[in-house]
Structure formats: C-alpha cells, structure tokens
Design a protein around this ligand. Structure first.
Ligand code: AMP
Length: 230
C-alpha cells in the first residue's frame, strides 16, 4: 500500500499518519523529519535547509525532490510507504507522479485532512514535541492531549519524556507563511492535492481519495479514517 497524506500544519496529519503506518505496516516518511534530522546531525543538506525552514519557507525543489525520490528507493519502502509533507506544491506533485510511473510504482490512496486556517494556527502554537517519540501527541491548548506535569515541569503525557516546542511553531509569521503555501490552490499544496484528485478522476478512481474532517479530536478523526480506509 502506497499512500500520500495531506493536511495543513496543525491538522493532526502526523498523528493520523502514525495510525495508518501501524495499520498497514508501511514505512512512514516525513519530509520535515528528514530535514530536522539533517539539521540536528549538522549535514550539508541540513545546513542548506535550515534558513528556509526557520523562515517558514519551502526548501527549494532542487534539494527536496531528489531527497524524497531517493528515500523512496530504499529497501524499507518495498513493503509500502506513507508519504507525509511531500508533495507541497504542484511541481513536486508532478515530479512524484512522473517518478512513480517511471518506476512502475502504484499510488494507492491519497488522504486529505480538511481544517480551517485559524483552528490550525492555534493547534500549532500549542503543540509540544516529545524527545522520546515524535508520534506522542501533546498540545497545551487541547484538553484531550494536554502534557502531564512532573516536578513542576511539563512532560510528555504518554511516556513522561522531555518536551520541547519547535522554533518554527512559535513564530506567527512563519506559521502564516506555511499556511499561505498550504492553502494556495494555484501552485501550493492544495494545488498538489487537486493534481491527484484530477488524476483519480481520469483513471477510474485510482488513486483512491479519502477526505477527512480534521475538526474533531484525534480519536474521532482516526476512527473516521479507519472506517473510510476499510
Ligand atoms: P513539516 O515538519 O512538514 O512542518 O516541515 C517543516 C519544514 O520543512 C517546512 O516548513 C519546510 O520549510 C520544510 N519542508 C518540509 N517538507 C517540504 C517539502 N515537501 N518541500 C519543501 N520544503 C519542505
């Protein structure tokens, strides 16, 4: 099973992605995570990407597209993959579609999480990352996933791990830029979603398109997702 997942920053895309990953035992590839690992490791790629990420801009396509296409060639992708955070614009969508066709790889399903921009912004500003596992959801503004407290400090509600906020999550201007890119239907991420919807319409419903309302809590959204995935 090869799947794309779309949703604005703050829609719970990473969390739902982890649910899908478990259900199908596919490899979860998150472009943002690959960039952050490279920044942490001080690699050349990380150095090049950091300034764009800190500003909330997209890392240029000539860095990002080959990075993801190379990642999809790795052995752990043979059992299927879930791609999250890529494609982010129409150029990346086209490059991915063409690369998959060339390699004879089928895209089975496209998941889109729908959420208003204002709600997404508040969710981003409240989210905290667990040092032990980036799939442990914590958000200071959402009661259901509020961090726990230990010795007067906020810790992960799942494992008690250390929490931190991403620097690009606390900067309203950077969040605004990321959302400008996502909600752009002309050549941003919604244009990439549209690219695959058209592809589906023109090829008898392949890939399958699944739309989800992102407003309810994490549990409700994942139940809906499981129902629709079948
Ligand atoms: P994310 O963790 O998905 O929010 O990604 C964090 C940042 O990494 C984004 O704001 C971009 O700067 C960069 N990034 C992630 N995915 C892509 C992509 N597909 N194309 C360009 N830049 C990306």
């Amino acid at each position: 099973m090869n799947i794309l997942i779309f949703g604005p920053n703050g829609s719970g895309k990473g969390t739902q992605g982890a649910v899908v990953q478990k259900k199908y035992n596919v490899t979860h590839i998150e472009s943002g995570v690959i960039f952050r690992e490279n920044i942490k490791g001080g690699t050349d790629l990380g150095k090049k990407a950091k300034e764009y990420i800190d500003r909330g801009d997209l890392v240029p396509d000539d860095i990002t597209i080959p990075m993801i296409l190379d990642r999809l060639k790795k052995d752990d992708c043979k059992k299927g993959w879930l791609l999250d955070g890529f494609p982010r614009n129409d150029e990346q969508a086209k490059a991915l579609d063409e690369a998959l066709k060339k390699a004879g790889i089928q895209l089975d399903c496209v998941i889109e999480i729908l959420l208003d921009r204002e709600i997404a912004k508040n969710r981003i500003m409240g989210r905290r990352l667990c040092a032990a596992d980036n799939n442990h959801p914590n958000n200071i503004f959402i009661d259901a996933i509020k961090p726990a407290e230990k010795d007067g400090e906020m810790v992960c509600r799942v494992c008690g791990g250390k929490l931190s906020a991403r620097s690009d999550d606390q900067d309203e201007a950077a969040i605004g830029k990321r959302h400008d890119i996502y909600y752009n239907t002309k050549n941003g991420t919604l244009a990439a979603v549209e690219y695959f919807k058209k592809l589906s319409q023109n090829s008898n419903g392949s890939p399958r398109i699944i739309e989800l309302d992102g407003k309810p809590g994490v549990k409700e959204v994942s139940e809906e997702l499981m129902k629709k995935l079948g």
